[in-house]
Design a protein around this ligand. Structure first.
Ligand SMILES: CSC[C@H]1O[C@H](OP(=O)(O)O)[C@H](O)[C@@H]1O
Ligand SMILES: Nc1ncnc2[nH]cnc12
Length: 292
């Protein structure tokens, strides 16, 4: 287990594979009960705070959305001591007004994944039903919006429902129309299970989504392609990075938040029935609840 400590975690998405702003950066390999994270984490100083960065698709973008070891990524951040996580993502827009180039701080998620991605840390003898009614931390969302407003002049949408598809293919036109009919605002492939697992790990978690395209619902525009996403990300990555720097500068170190006690009423299994091996394996997440 590593001795390195970090307070804030940043998960980088498509087009954001490193955070050069981190000073005195150190590469940290973290092993977890759920295998290795997407890549080595980089821990360094940002605005005087200790920050850990992990690129969710790995450096060189090697992992499909389905292959991302999300449990290992979240576990690794928790193991470093992180309590607040910002996720950066490229998203398509399902609404005229969410224009490419704008930023969104989503407030809801619809899970449209199909492959059976592992969505919980808890299994094999322990059952935990965690509330994800509000899947993003409300307090961290406010801080993130304030930081985005003060760090960029880009349009910022202060809410939005993110529909998470399986991928790796983009949607058909009929699917894109269906999601619009369902009143979804933005579309991507990675919010699930990341947000849900962050809640299970009792981390404050919020996302900064960069709109890169209009998916394929507009007849007057070319349908989204990966090259378009990375080109638009390259143009807007600076706004995202400036927002992160400003956010970290302002983030309270000891913010009390209900996310950090999310399992208080969630563990349904009789404490005496939890197998010792499971207690031991998941101690980082549930030790304080089982031993209370
Ligand atoms: C490169 S286009 C599709 C790809 O981009 C988004 O990834 P991320 O959320 O990590 O920025 C989307 O979810 C897909 O994985
Ligand atoms: N249109 C889109 N669909 C799914 N994921 C995306 N990521 C960026 N744009 C996307």
């Amino acid at each position: 287990m590593t001795e390195t400590h970090a307070e804030v975690g940043i998960i980088g998405g498509s087009g954001l594979y490193e955070l050069a702003e981190l000073e005195n950066a150190e590469t940290v390999e973290v092993e977890t009960p759920f295998g290795s994270p997407s890549d080595a984490l980089v821990v360094g100083r940002l605005s005087g705070r200790s920050v850990a960065f992990v690129p969710r698709h790995g450096r060189g973008h090697r992992l499909t959305p389905t292959e991302i070891p999300v449990r290992a990524n979240i576990w690794a951040l928790k193991a470093l001591g992180v309590r607040q996580v910002i996720s950066i993502s490229a998203v398509g827009s399902l609404r005229e007004e969410y224009r490419p180039g704008s930023l969104v701080v989503p407030d809801q998620i619809v899970d449209w994944t199909k492959s059976g991605r592992p969505k919980s840390f808890f299994e094999d003898g322990i059952v935990v039903h965690t509330s994800v009614a509000d899947p993003y931390c409300g307090r961290l969302r406010e801080e993130l919006m304030a930081a985005a407003h003060s760090a960029t002049d880009t349009t910022i949408h202060d809410s939005g429902t993110y529909i998470c598809i399986e991928g790796p293919q983009f949607s058909t036109r009929a699917e894109s129309e269906l999601y619009r009919f369902l009143k979804m605002d933005i579309i991507g492939m990675t919010a699930v299970p990341e947000a849900k697992l962050a809640r299970e790990a009792e981390l404050c978690y919020s996302a900064l989504a960069l709109v890169t395209d209009y998916d394929c619902w507009r007849s007057d525009e070319q349908a989204v392609e990966a090259d378009l996403v990375t080109a638009v990300m390259a143009r807007n990555a600076d706004a995202a990075k400036r927002t992160i720097v400003r956010l970290v500068e302002k983030l309270p170190a000891d913010a009390a938040c209900e996310c950090q006690d999310a399992l208080a009423h969630a563990i349904i299994t009789d404490r005496a029935a939890v197998p010792p091996s499971v207690r031991e394996r998941l101690d980082l997440l549930i030790g304080r609840h089982l031993n209370a």
